[in-house]
Design a protein around this ligand. Structure first.
Ligand code: NAD
Length: 290
């Protein structure tokens, strides 16, 4: 396929590379980042989109997505697919999809889980919203860039799935970290804590697959001085998106709100910026109740 790829940052560059390796013809555009090897460089987003069967965007936020969409939708051929893999607010995803469909395009919102490592290894999970035809067109590309793609329903539902998943992740990571810090103070070893919880009803991905305690459980960013991994500020972004969505939908999400507030404090007022989101554990470790 002829693919336009816009946004070649930490995630976009390795995703575009994997499409090139699989034999696709990829033309890329980014305001700042260089094109990875094998990706032809366009001088504008519209040029990258012109004549493409599929255009993929991997951008920082909903405002930038809306801006880029306004540039590329008029440049795309009727019947081509606009696949946005960025994590953005549900409202922007739905607005962009409506504009794309009104212009005769297929539109898919397909945020990912799996991080930079998953993007490089081609093992991302895609959560997709959009029509059956849009999903079918994008699926062969999801299979190259990832290992699983779930069609979650109409436009915006991919973003909805992503922020609900990450709201659970933020909450369980905080819960796991505060429980470790309490266990420390009660004189329980971290290894004993892991051995019990990882095989008991408190288990979770945060404990079992991404244990926030260094030297315990599988290798994780905790074993690498909390270098991300998944940075605390990206978790904060996703928690804020979940709270925006909860506001708009009138959903009561007290734990999600508390998690967003805690990560905001950690990133903006404490020393969490640039650390993995599991660095909540050393944060709790240093604190008492006040
Ligand atoms: P990044 O900042 O590394 O990359 C974004 C790229 O977009 C940058 O290179 C930037 O120059 C480019 N860009 C910005 N405005 C542009 C424009 N108008 N036209 C063209 N290019 C433009 O971010 P990233 O880590 O690659 O993340 C991309 C998206 O994926 C975000 O929405 C993020 O939330 C999501 N995401 C990231 C991770 C992760 O672990 N990094 C995991 C899952 C999802």
């Amino acid at each position: 396929m002829k693919i336009g790829f816009i946004g070649l940052g930490n995630m976009g560059a390795p995703m575009a590379s994997n499409l090139v390796k699989a034999g696709h013809e990829v033309t890329g555009f980014d305001l700042a980042a260089p094109c990875p090897e094998g990706v032809a460089k366009a001088t504008s987003a519209a040029e990258a989109a012109n004549g493409a069967d599929v255009v993929i965007t991997m951008l920082p936020n909903g405002d930038i997505l809306r801006k880029v969409a306004a540039e590329i939708i008029p440049a795309m051929a009727t019947g081509a697919a606009f696949v946005d893999c960025s994590t953005v607010d549900v409202e922007s995803a739905r607005a962009v999809a409506a504009d794309a469909e009104a212009a005769g395009l297929l539109a898919v919102d397909a945020p990912v889980s799996g991080g930079v490592g998953g993007a490089a290894a081609g093992t991302l999970t895609f959560m997709a919203g959009g029509s059956d035809a849009g999903f079918a067109k994008a699926k062969p590309l999801f299979e190259i860039m990832g290992q699983k793609a779930v069609h979650c329903g109409p436009s915006g539902n991919g973003q909805a799935a992503k922020i609900c998943n990450n709201m659970i992740l933020g909450i369980t990571m905080i819960g796991t970290c505060e429980a470790f810090a309490l266990a420390d103070k009660l004189g329980l070893s971290r290894q004993a804590m892991f051995d019990v919880v990882s095989t008991s009803s408190g288990y979770s991905w945060s404990m079992n697959a991404y244990c926030p305690a260094p030297g315990v459980g599988p290798q994780s960013p905790a074993d690498n001085d909390y270098k991300p991994g998944f940075a605390a500020e990206l978790m904060l972004k996703d928690l804020r998106l979940s709270q925006m969505a909860a506001e708009a939908a009138d959903a009561d999400t007290p734990m999600g709100q508390a998690a967003a507030e805690l990560y905001a404090r950690f990133v903006e007022d404490e020393d969490g910026l640039g650390k993995d989101f599991s660095a909540m554990l050393p944060r709790f470790e240093k604190r008492g109740r006040t």
